[in-house]
Design a protein around this ligand. Structure first.
Ligand code: DON
Length: 305
């Protein structure tokens, strides 16, 4: 398998370099708008601990919403199942930054991966902590998961989003108006922007995802039952209003970010990270999704048999 995996990854890297339509780089966070859409990297860590990569797998990128998986794990660690009183577990069928459902559903976000839901999980991580301490706990979790201390926050990206993040401020204030935030909206947003501005390489992200693969690789940070549930949420909600199509095409739980990153878990088999900055209509990496679709098909990895 290792040689087949390495050959497959190499072939996918070559194929992806040839694709002309690469999507649109997110520019609503100005600092992200200048990334070259031709960049592509992919890394896989297998259940046996083997690590394989292709392309720009050692280039750092802004993980953005991929961070929501890690803050969900931390929020569940802090509040346990009480978290579900404040945020739902249903796919939203709406854009990641939509405010529509929030009004209809009285300030309780549909799931922890849309922006509104992630603001609630960030608020939970802030319980009993300053923003600096909360961000410290997020970084500590990432570094422990990846077994790599060289994971940091890009302050320029955080500042860039802080200046332009009116939609997120609106979401936070609306949630607060329904008493579903325990901390001031500005403070929650500031913490959330910094968590999204963490930069990682594909190699680091694939290693950080090992705790979700339940294969005994890497440190065990979360119980097996909770891992199953986080994977279920990644499968149903991880790509926003593109989650159904992702499940159909890839058949594995995944979480995307507007920096073009994508973490995908083949339970019991592999943790996969891919990065290509051009996005599709739903804000998910266009080429990254195609690459994971080809990898999953070639390796026969799917939770659907
Ligand atoms: O809140 C935002 O807009 C960004 N910090 C993160 C959004 C994101 O990554 C959505 N994913 N595709």
């Amino acid at each position: 398998m290792p040689q087949r995996l390495a050959d497959t990854l190499h072939r996918i890297g070559v194929e992806m370099a040839q694709v002309q339509e690469r999507g649109r780089v997110a520019d609503y966070i100005p600092e992200l708008g200048c990334i070259d859409p031709k960049r592509f990297g992919m890394a896989v860590v297998t259940a046996e601990g083997r690590e394989v990569q292709t392309g720009d797998a050692d280039t750092s990128f802004s993980i953005q919403s991929v961070s929501k998986v890690f803050t969900l794990a931390l929020a569940l660690g802090k509040l346990g199942d009480q978290l579900w009183q404040r945020v739902g577990r249903e796919p939203s069928g709406q854009a990641f930054n939509s405010i529509l459902q929030l009004e209809l559903e009285k300030g309780r976000p549909r799931n922890p991966f849309i922006n509104a839901g992630a603001l609630v999980t960030t608020d939970a991580v802030l319980t009993g902590a300053t923003p600096r301490e909360a961000l410290g706990s997020v970084l500590r979790f990432m570094r422990a998961a990846a077994e790599d201390e060289d994971i940091h926050i890009d302050a320029d990206v955080a500042r860039s989003e802080q200046k332009t993040g009116h939609g997120n401020y609106a979401l936070a204030h609306y949630i607060a108006s329904h008493d579903n935030l325990l901390h001031p909206p500005e403070l929650v947003c500031g913490t959330y922007f910094h968590q999204c501005a963490i930069t990682m390489t594909c190699r680091q992200l694939a290693r950080a995802g090992r705790f979700l693969m339940s294969a005994g690789q890497g440190p065990r940070l979360v119980s097996a039952g909770r891992v199953r549930r986080i994977n279920a949420l990644m499968m149903t909600c991880g790509q926003y209003d593109g989650s159904g199509d992702f499940a159909y095409r890839v058949g594995l739980p995944g979480k995307s970010g507007v920096g073009g990153g994508l973490l995908v878990i083949a339970p019991g088999r592999a943790s996969i990270a891919v990065w290509s900055p051009g996005l599709d209509e739903q804000g998910n990496t266009l080429i990254g999704t195609l690459a994971v679709e080809r990898l999953a098909r070639a390796m026969g990895w799917s939770v659907f048999g």
